[in-house]
Design a protein around this ligand. Structure first.
Ligand code: CUA
Length: 400
């Protein structure tokens, strides 16, 4: 005996509700918008609760009225019909005015919220002061500007003024802007105002493009739920997002990683486009900047004898393997800007759009077949031998 469509539909609703309730019990839910970890996220929650409460009251009232009317005014016989009240002026006024007031209230909250959240932060821009005799590097100022460039499928982060590389945010030929460039993991000093300028590089580097072709590109979306709302990354356009990570959470010296992801469907590996935001004390952030600024030396000729595998990997990376055409390792001949910047790769904990922990086993899986790990990725390489992979990993291991 097969179930009737109605019963099947009811079953689907019940199962859906159970799944929803069960997901609310997750003990490790790092992308919980209700668990605000900074002032912007708390501000959004303060709007969410009153608006949610109003919506809940309306839901209960309307559902209750529907249920009441269904029971109270049900047809008791074929010629039973309720009293007609069409044209009742007081009633029509009531059910127009009340929703109007509610909508006006909700809209006012939203408009005030939008203006507040998208303001341009005031304060001195953060500058980096290198270590000098006896004193560690520091950062000074209140507002850190970070350029976020969405690629299919990973995020690039350029810190203008904090490094020596060209900032991808500017078109080629524009005034030189030296930036610290990194990928996948974004580091920020907690307690400082972070100003993100966000775009998508897609028109230039869409995976579907033939060489030299400029494609239509896609829109991505940057979202770290515990710190701020979400914002589009639009090709040819710059959007802005403000966020602050609570300083009190890292004051014991332990950095905190906040999780996020691209939240606009952008193709087959959309779910593999994750965000890890490392909030740390301003002191640790300054140490990180200082470390990232160090030039990554090309292996000297002596490395052929001390670490022959790494040397072979380096030659492969910058030669027959053609890795250098897509990747940058600052300080070497590798200056490609298609894939993630690999300078100081080993200072990161994750790679490949933050879906894999950075270790040699995962690097091996990735180099064997990137398309199997992140379908559609721009990294389309000929098959490497196991020896070549071992050599490349040995070289990547030296990028501290
Ligand atoms: Cu990028 Cu979804």
């Amino acid at each position: 005996m097969s179930r009737s469509p109605t019963r099947r539909r009811a079953l689907a609703v019940v199962l859906g509700a159970v799944a929803l309730a069960a997901s609310a019990c997750a003990s490790h839910a790092p992308q919980n918008t209700l668990d605000a970890q900074g002032p912007e996220a708390r501000y959004i929650n303060r709007m969410f609760y009153p608006v949610g409460l109003i919506a809940l009251v309306v839901l209960i009232f309307v559902s209750g009225m529907v249920l009441y009317c269904v029971v109270r005014f049900r047809a008791r016989s074929d010629d039973d019909s309720p009293a007609q009240i069409h044209g009742s002026t007081p009633l029509e006024f009531t059910w127009t005015i009340i929703p109007l007031l509610l909508m006006f209230g909700v809209a006012s909250l939203s408009i005030v919220g939008i203006v507040h959240l998208y303001r341009t932060p005031k304060g001195q821009p953060i500058t980096f002061v290198p270590a000098s005799a006896g004193s560690p590097p520091t950062v000074q100022g209140e507002v850190l500007d970070v350029h976020v460039i969405a690629h299919r499928w990973w995020f690039e982060y350029d810190y203008p003024g904090l490094g020596a590389m060209q900032d991808e945010f500017l078109s080629p030929g524009e005034a030189t802007n030296t930036a610290l460039v990194t990928a996948n993991e974004i580091h920020i000093p907690a307690g400082r105002q972070i100003r993100l300028d966000i775009t998508s590089n897609e028109p230039l580097q869409s995976p579907e493009n033939k060489p030299g072709e400029i494609g239509p590109g896609v829109i991505h979306n940057f979202w770290v739920p515990e710190l701020a709302g979400k914002i589009y990354a639009i090709p040819g356009h710059i959007t802005h997002l403000n966020l602050v990570a609570d300083l009190s959470k890292v004051s014991d010296g332990h950095p905190i990683t906040y999780y996020g992801q691209c939240s606009e469907f952008c193709g087959i590996s959309h779910a593999n486009m994750r965000i890890r935001l490392v909030a740390e004390t301003p002191h640790d952030f300054a140490m990180w900047v200082a470390q990232q600024q160090q030039t990554q030396q090309s292996p000297s000729a002596a490395v052929q004898y001390t670490n022959p595998q790494a040397y072979t990997g380096y030659t492969l990376f910058n030669g027959a393997g053609t890795c250098y055409t897509c990747h940058t390792v600052a300080g070497t001949n590798a200056v490609g800007r298609v894939g993630p910047n690999l300078t100081h790769l080993q200072s990161r904990q994750w790679f490949a759009g933050n879906i894999l922990v950075l270790d040699n086993n995962n690097l091996r899986d990735w180099l064997r077949n990137p398309q199997a790990v992140k379908p559609g990725a721009n990294m389309k390489i000929p098959k490497l031998t196991e020896d070549q992979i071992t050599a490349l990993i040995a070289y990547l291991d030296t990028l501290n």
